[in-house]
Design a protein around this ligand. Structure first.
Ligand SMILES: [Zn+2]
Length: 317
């Protein structure tokens, strides 16, 4: 029983907490609305109640737990247990770990949510057993997590690994971060959809019209459906987009030469369709392409559970 921990994925919309065993299996799980905006103390109380329910339903006490881990949005100082800045929640310098330790009476570790998800893939998912991994999540933005020799690498201030905000097109499209030409403006799933919706307007013959009905109703899945039908526009959109994705992945490999790069987000369910062009780009452009040992490219496998499982592994210390 001593190897059990609780992992919490604290999101802007929902909070998910799970009791996780030593092999990374979720034994029990609870979900609650985050119900923002509300004071931090109320969010803490909700998380404590969820943990209490998980523990009591398992016939345990908090002293039986090794600890609780929390993945939260924002810039996180894991050493001090403080969320420095969390614009979505409206909290600054939130002493989350200490507050939860007082409520629960067991050790609490916190980490940025993207880093926690990457750690989940590293400990129990696509990068299990590897020494180093870079996890790239293609969603609304491009998120990342860098794990080197078992440690989450997040810079000296906890704000590192923001791979989506590295510029790949100088003076390119404006980004929410204030820069222009950030990788996520070109390589996120949202970017693929944005480019697709724009291109549809000048391609009335495209299958995208039949599949989506209108540019506003387009999503990434429909672009891939059209791609698999052989639609010329969808093929072009994909080629352009995967070129941007690959460019950023090669950059990351040239910096870190990780043992594995894991591609996550809903689009990663396309599997080899995505992975093969990225591998090809690495074969042609990777600075270390002449060496015998090469970075492997894989799909993430834990999907929505990665954050919770990663947070649970954090609690192991
Ligand atoms: Zn940016």
């Amino acid at each position: 029983m001593k190897n059990l921990t609780i992992g919490i994925d604290l999101g802007g919309t929902t909070i998910t907490a799970g009791l996780v065993d030593g092999e990374g299996h979720i034994l029990a799980q609870k979900t609650c609305p985050t119900a923002l905006p509300r004071p931090a103390s109320e969010v803490e109380a909700t998380m404590a109640r969820m943990c209490g329910e998980l523990v009591s339903q398992a016939g345990m006490e908090f002293k039986d737990l090794k600890g609780v881990g929390i993945g939260t949005p924002g810039s996180v100082d894991g050493e001090c247990g403080i969320v420095r800045f969390n614009p979505n929640f409206g909290y600054e310098h939130w002493p989350l770990a200490k507050a939860m330790e007082e409520l629960l009476g067991c050790p609490v570790r916190i980490e940025n949510d993207a880093n926690a998800a990457a750690y989940g893939e590293y400990c129990a998912g696509a990068a299990k057993g590897r020494s180093s991994a870079v996890v790239v999540t293609l969603g609304t933005g491009v998120g990342g997590g860098i794990i080197l020799d078992g440690r989450i690498w997040a810079g000296f201030n906890g704000a590192g690994a923001e791979v989506g905000h590295t510029v790949i097109v100088k003076d390119g499209l404006p980004c929410t971060c204030g820069r222009h030409g950030c990788w996520e403006r070109y390589a996120s799933a949202a970017a693929l959809v944005r480019f697709g919706a724009e291109a549809m307007k000048s391609h009335p013959e495209s299958a995208l019209w039949r599949l989506a009905g209108s540019p506003e109703a387009l999503n990434a899945k429909k672009i891939f459906d059209a791609y698999h039908e052989g639609d010329a526009l969808a093929r072009q959109l994909f080629e352009d987009w995967i070129g941007y994705v690959s460019c950023g992945v090669v950059n990351l490999v040239n910096i870190f030469q990780p043992e594995v790069v894991c591609i996550g987000g809903g689009v990663s369910r396309q599997g080899e369709v995505l992975l093969e062009p990225i591998r090809r780009a690495l074969k042609e452009e990777n600075y270390a392409r002449n060496l015998t040992r090469h970075t492997e490219v894989r799909s993430c496998v834990l999907y929505n559970e990665a954050g919770l499982i990663g947070a649970a592994y954090l609690a192991r210390g």
